[in-house]
Write a protein that binds this ligand. Structure first.
Ligand code: NZQ
Ligand code: ZN
Length: 379
């Protein structure tokens, strides 16, 4: 096991009516609030009115940035940051799923500077401070509510990837599973498979930590037990609660302690499918993961078999494990081949864009030849 320092500075407010605590938290951060949200779901669900009610009660001066899209783009970050900078906001309140929260994270480090957010990604600049970020999560999936990562696209640079900085931890995240009851069936499923994929990325990382491995198996088992049930009963609070808790724990550091690294090759390839074809993040992962495991099934045979045997609680070989994982993704109504999305795709373009983004894996290095074979397996 590796030595490690574990500090997760995000305060999590979890459970039914967790938002009751929002007003008190807001009062600690000053009156000027930049409210960031997506394409309208929070208006349809009534959450927008509720949040505005709280903001009015604390006499906040609110500046709004609406319209963050799924698979968010850096252009929105720069415009929202300019708004926040102009009005010298004290705090950012991001209300939505991973796309909104990730954008809020980039906005938080871009407000204090005079250059575009892109300069952080190209490493031309390093963030030195951030406007505090408070999140209200409405979709259980990414784990962004309690981690230091943000994922963004820039289409004219053919780019989608993650970025990490300790400054990106939200100060507070409010997670009320009731707020996820309106998430449509497809995005509910994409969230479940995303949390499973985060566990897999930790599992296939470098280094040995038996306790972290047990955490991983337990989190995936929760998803396997309650995920399919949730798809049959989308209004079920108890099931929403279990999936929301699992999704946060799947990528908040818990599964990674004592390891040298995670893997993240599948996420890197998945991001390219989302960039090129606007495929929802979770669906990109169920397309790539079986292909990635098939490609590495000899080299990672022991690890794949151990994962399959652990999560399904029976003795399985590597090929059997891959088959069961693919069946699991299918049972969660997610695509396991790119062709199942109905999108017309172009292998050469995918490979070129993987090259431009330098997708190279971590513990299992991906050379050009590996990438070509994996793409072939998931087309
Ligand atoms: O835009 P609105 O109107 O809000 O609608 C959203 C969007 O259409 C809708 N939605 C969200 N909450 C809802 C709801 N609809 C009804 N009721 C609700 N309560 O759902 C759609 C998808 O939302 P989005 O935020 O895009 O989904 P998700 O949470 O899966 O986030 C995906 C993004 O996060 C990145 C992904 O790459 C992708 O860009 N990731 C971020 C990570 C991180 N920061 O740690 C890790 C992940 O691996 C992932 O890469
Ligand atoms: Zn993910």
């Amino acid at each position: 096991m590796e030595n490690f320092v574990f500090c997760n500075p995000t305060t999590l407010h979890f459970g039914k009516n967790a938002l009751d605590g929002l007003k008190e938290v807001l009062q600690h951060y000053g009156r000027k609030v930049l409210l960031v949200y997506g394409k309208g779901s929070i208006k349809k669900t009534g959450l927008y009115d509720k949040v505005m009610g709280y903001l009015n009660e604390v006499q906040a001066e609110v500046f709004e940035y609406e319209g963050i899209r799924s698979n968010p783009v850096i252009e929105d970050v720069d415009i929202a940051a300019a708004l926040g900078r102009k009005h010298k906001v004290d705090v950012i309140l991001a209300v939505g799923g991973g796309s909104v929260i990730d954008s809020g994270k980039f906005i938080s480090i871009t407000i204090p500077v005079q250059h575009p957010a892109w300069d952080f990604i190209t490493r031309k600049a390093k963030p030195e401070k951030a406007v505090p970020l408070i999140c209200i999560l409405t979709l259980a999936a990414t784990g962004t509510e309690m981690n230091p990562f943000a994922v963004i696209s820039k289409h004219d640079a053919n780019f989608k990837d993650g970025y990490g900085s300790p400054l990106l931890y939200p100060a507070h995240s409010f997670l009320d599973p009731q707020l996820t009851v309106t998430v449509p069936r497809n995005y509910t499923a994409y969230g479940i498979v995303d949390l499973i994929a985060h566990c897999f990325e930790a599992w296939f990382g470098a280094g040995e930590t038996t306790l972290s491995d047990r955490f991983i198996i337990s989190i995936v088992q929760e998803a396997i037990k309650y995920g399919p049930a949730l798809l049959k009963d989308l209004n079920n609070y108890d099931l929403r609660e279990k999936i929301m808790y699992a999704a946060t724990m799947a990528l908040n550091g818990l599964t990674m302690q004592g390891k040298k690294s995670g893997e993240w090759g599948v996420h890197g390839i998945g991001h390219i499918l989302s960039l090129l074809y606007d495929i929802p993040h979770g669906a990109s992962l169920t397309i790539v993961y079986p292909a990635w495991m098939k490609h590495f099934q000899e080299r990672a045979a022991g690890r794949i078999a151990l994962l399959g045997s652990g999560i399904f609680n029976e003795s399985l070989t590597a090929p059997e494990s891959i088959k069961r994982i693919e069946d699991l993704f299918r049972s969660l109504e997610c695509p396991v081949r790119l062709s199942e999305t109905g999108i017309v795709t172009d292998k050469q373009k995918i490979c070129e864009t993987l090259g431009i983004n330098k997708v190279s894996g971590s513990n299992y290095k991906l050379k050009e030849e590996d990438l070509g074979k994996i793409v072939e397996l998931f087309l």
